[in-house]
Design a protein around this ligand. Sequence first.
Ligand code: MF3
Ligand code: CO
Length: 261
Amino acid sequence: MIFARSLMEDRHVVLKSRQEIVEMKAANRIVAEILDAIKGIVRPGITTEELNGFAEEKLREKKAKPAFKGYRGYPKALCTSVNSQVVHGIPSRTPLKDGDLLSIDFGAYYKGFYGDAAITIPVGNVSDEALRLKNIAEEALYAGIKKAYPGNRLSDISFAIQSLVEKNGFSVVREFVGHGIGRSLHEEPQVPNFGCPGLGVRLKAGMVLAIEPMINAGGSEVKILQDGWTAVTKDGSLSAHFEHTVAITEDGPVILTRLDG
Ligand code: MF3
Ligand code: CO
């Protein structure tokens, strides 16, 4: 079964030429710049709706479009997920509080391509546990990216993420996965954040993947709130999320959503 599925996925993976990867840098750079600017204005008292307005304004300045707004009816440019919210939190008029742990997921469309990234930001002074959760989520993302070499298998990325997270006593969300990205926001293959190594499609130069570990301080289970979007941890524990869009090249991974390249 796994083999058949991996063959099928392989056919649908859209490989990008070197030129297309260069072109994709523009959309992804916009995502990185705007996320960095948002980081600079996050503070206790600001609302996530204000952060969303700021992001939409910046997108207009750069002549780019929000990737999420309108996607399956999603209403905003940002996903803002606070504390036990895992992903897809909808920006609201509730002010952020000192000690909140805020995940921001943001995508842009520019000149034919999508970029997608997420960061988790401490609001004011957060607990040691929140800080550690945030740091491990980011480390897990980089552990996954380090496996994004031609010749490796897709689940080598998944396994690296899961191992790092579980070694540190946290859990990995299974209901949501990373994804291929390019002229569509979501392309094959799906990129789970858990699994045995050595399975799935063989990684090739020209693949572009959005790798996005979502990790919980408690159990891995999540549920969706009444709004139909917001995913929260079932046990109410804290959650963190980091994401980069990564191009696989002959020389290894190139992170397209990093300001310093
Ligand atoms: N980074 C997420 C993803 O690529 C964000 C999607 S939010 C949605 O799946 F609103 F667009 F669904
Ligand atoms: Co994504």
